[in-house]
Design a protein around this ligand. Structure first.
Ligand SMILES: [Fe+2]
Ligand SMILES: [Fe+2]
Length: 286
């Protein structure tokens, strides 16, 4: 039987990870693969990797991570911000990979029908650092402790003035789209590089890193919209949790020093658990 699978944070630019992509394989010719961001920093590496995966899986759906959006001096693709994102989208389209900007495909295999909704939402620093309540205080805390995400230097928001503004623009347009296509008979598999709720960040070793991990604006999306599962990465803490009855799956591989310590899972392309569709009345009660 075909399976809906997911992986993220392949970071193929890291020595030791490129070979691991060979182990991201289907168990059935009909398997689909969700790739939840941080494939690589360089656009050519992203496209090469997704091309390989597209040859193996019946469908591949990608969302950008923060690393795809980094503008580095070594990258032959010298584009930044929205223009960089759009370049990634068009390159993915050219190899037959679904992006957040395309129609969201419906999985009709076991556990379906579900609509795979790839999202690109970014973060707005609202997962504030301990003892702080504003973005300014939270960022100051992080600069004081030295735990500052490299996005601050490499992820440019142009033409927006800030990553926060870009995030808010994405959240507003995505919420409208999710509402317009909302159908309890075909619930969503919400896919975003960053978790839609703050809870998964509570286990971060450095809690001040959470401000680069999502936005409070999406805290109720998994109950506001019919959702069979939520798939994310970014934290490099692969695990399965459940919030309000919805499975949340962190599906990252992570850096070699991380996965070597914890070991590789039996299946790198992890099966996505799909909860049965709750009745309409139950959804309305939230
Ligand atoms: Fe990552
Ligand atoms: Fe990331």
């Amino acid at each position: 039987m075909p399976v809906l699978r997911a992986v993220s944070d392949l970071h193929v630019g890291h020595r030791g990870n490129r070979e691991i992509v060979d182990a991201v394989v289907p168990g059935h010719t009909g398997d689909w693969l969700i790739v939840a961001g941080d494939v690589a920093d360089r656009i050519d590496d992203v496209v090469r990797t997704l091309t390989q995966l597209r040859e193996r899986f019946a469908e591949v759906t990608w969302v950008t991570g923060n690393h795809e959006l980094w503008s580095r001096a070594k990258d032959p693709d010298q584009v930044r911000g929205v223009e960089r994102y759009e370049r990634l989208v068009s390159r993915c389209r050219s190899i037959g990979v679904h992006t957040p900007e395309d129609p969201w495909p419906v999985w009709t295999g076991p556990g379906g029908p579900v609509r795979v909704a790839p999202l690109f939402l970014l973060y707005d620093y609202s997962f504030t650092a301990p003892g702080t309540t504003t973005k300014e205080e939270s960022l100051a805390y992080a600069f004081r402790t030295g735990v500052v995400c490299t996005d601050e230097y490499l992820l440019h928001p142009d033409p927006f003035d800030s990553r926060e503004q870009w995030c808010h623009d994405r959240v507003a347009s995505t919420a409208r789209r999710l509402a317009a296509q909302s159908d309890p008979d075909v619930p969503y598999v919400l896919v975003n590089h960053w978790p839609l709720v703050r809870e998964p960040t509570r286990v971060l070793r450095y809690p001040e890193f959470a401000q680069w991990c999502g936005t409070e604006l999406t805290a109720d999306w998994h109950v506001r919209f019919p959702t069979a599962a939520m798939v994310y990465g970014h934290l490099h803490i692969p695990r399965s949790t459940v919030y309000d009855g919805v499975p949340f799956e962190e599906v990252s591989l992570g850096y070699p020093r991380e996965w070597r310590k914890r070991g590789l899972p039996a299946e790198l392309a992890r099966p996505v658990p799909l909860r049965p569709v709750p009745p309409r009345a139950e959804l309305a009660a939230h």
